[in-house]
Design a protein around this ligand. Sequence first.
Ligand code: PRX
Length: 633
Amino acid sequence: MENKRTKNDMYYPSDEIVSKATVKEYEKRYQESIKDREGFWAKEAETLDWYKRWDKVLDDSNKPFYKWFTGGKTNIIHNAIDRHLKTATRNKLALIWEGEPGDVRTFSYHALDREVSKFTNVLKAMGVKKGEIVTLYMPQIPELIIAMLACAKIGAVHSVVYGGFSVEALAERIEDANSRVLITADGGFRRGKPTRLKEIANEAMKRSPTIEVCITVRRTGKEDCFMETDRDFWWHELMGMPIASPYCETEVMDAEDTLFILYTSGTTGKPKGVVHTHGGYAVYTASTFRYVFDIKPEDRWWCAADPGWITGHSYIVYGPLICGATIMSYEGAPNHPYPNRWWSMIEKYGINILYTSPTAIRGLMRFGSSWVEKHNLDSLRLLGSVGEPINPEAWRWYYEVVGKNRCPIMDTWWQTETGGFMITPLPITPLKPGSATKPFFGNEMAVVDDKGNELPPGEEGTLVIKNPWPGMARNILNDPDRYIEKYWKAYEKQGWYLAGDSARMDEDGYFWIIGRMDDVLKVSGYRLGSAEIESALVSHPAVTEAAAIGLPDELRGNAIHAFVILKDKFSPGKELEKELKEHVVSEIGPIAKPQEIIFTDTLPKTRSGKIMRRVLKAQALGQDPGDITTLED
Ligand code: PRX
């Protein structure tokens, strides 16, 4: 049944969608949830299993270091796996995974438990202890999910470094986390070619010598890996040993114990290790997932992100597993070997819900609708989008061509730091293409000016979150001052969280996200700091100074343009331009490759020497640079 549409470009869900929806009425429930926030979250937490119930839902005695469900004893694995083993869910598929070459692996909840338990015993044999940070640098293979869950099960903290990052980015993250154990793979398949992760890991281990144990999955079998005696072990060999018993008790954790850290880019060159916990994060990811994607026992859910990003952590792994859902995961490129790869998998596996990024949608849209139309996508019921504002053109294509005017699009706004959806539709929400609509239950959000005055509808301002929520980041690893400074300082008086995005609210109370206000770039949905790209450039012997900005790009949202000042003995040229681009790739990864390198003699700076990137951006776009009174020259 097609959804209804009105003249003002609102898209209404069909009666069928509404009749099946878990939440039939938003406004009343929303009002109740913000009136009694703790009551709302207590009820949500009751849907999970606890070893011991919490004493206090929210402890705000040491703001902004909020604590949730204090006194509660749990482990996210207790909810994501253990409890399902006592019900029919044990025999249900937890994971359907397809490799890029077409190999398929599936795991029931029972089988997943066995694999996870085996790997926990391997980790224990390697001396991994509760609270220790284990770094994971892997392709999109089931072992990544298994390793994450295994860490959590024994109370170790996982730090997943996205497999697209390169040497310097990996080394820096290993060092900051002071990891002793690294889990990686020889590589993965991407566009028909094996990537070379172990080689990069080997280089990174040279730069950050904290790693004592490195466990490598043999995925491609293509690379002749260098394996260092006494440090390097093959995953399959360890898992085949008697130490890898398939039984392991789940460690009892405090609700506030750290589950994982995940590095994300900020405004300085140093990435932030965002800290999430066992208790509040479990409650938040499960509730948001259940309400927003309306998951049913018979559903097959596909979040086409990499498990190495927050989207994958929250909505491939933890939220869905807690809800006992069947997850689909795919290793490779969306257009390999042909642009119908995704559509053919939706048809083959009968996927009911697809959640992806605007950049992926735009990329597939480029190949034309006929690739989609070759396939029967009748199984789809809901669609989702995340990572950047979705432009109305891509929204409509997704809605009409992929969803056949039947499937509402859940455009979810959130961040690594929020742990889960903050502004999001529900299946019953009338949609406006390009708007993430309204706050999720329990959250009050606003668009304000510098002083914290709420702006009238239509006016662009700063997006703030006015309350704590269970999925919120608790800290930045090793840097509590930065946590306060970045998120809580700007509206200290009011106690509001600064999201770093600009937005506007319309007369219907719908939020429209405009983009980042700081020097954070969103390139193909990936979050990068200008400063990270600049420090990669400056690490090249020819460069003395650099400034990186993002300029609008039809496909990627933003493309990186880097302004570079060379050292005296170097001169600009095509060769050097190419070399610098490759240098950024080898330091950070392909996602950070500048589209343009512009050689220059000066950069606009403040009198205190800070590069004014916004002046460069305005200049490149032919716009007014705004206030330039602090400009030095
Ligand atoms: O700018 C917003 C954008 O992504 C940022 C967060 O990036 P990251 O921590 O990598 O998390 C991405 C996945 C949750 C936000 O500050 N963003 C995320 N979702 C949306 C979005 N912008 C517009 N619409 C969205 N739905």
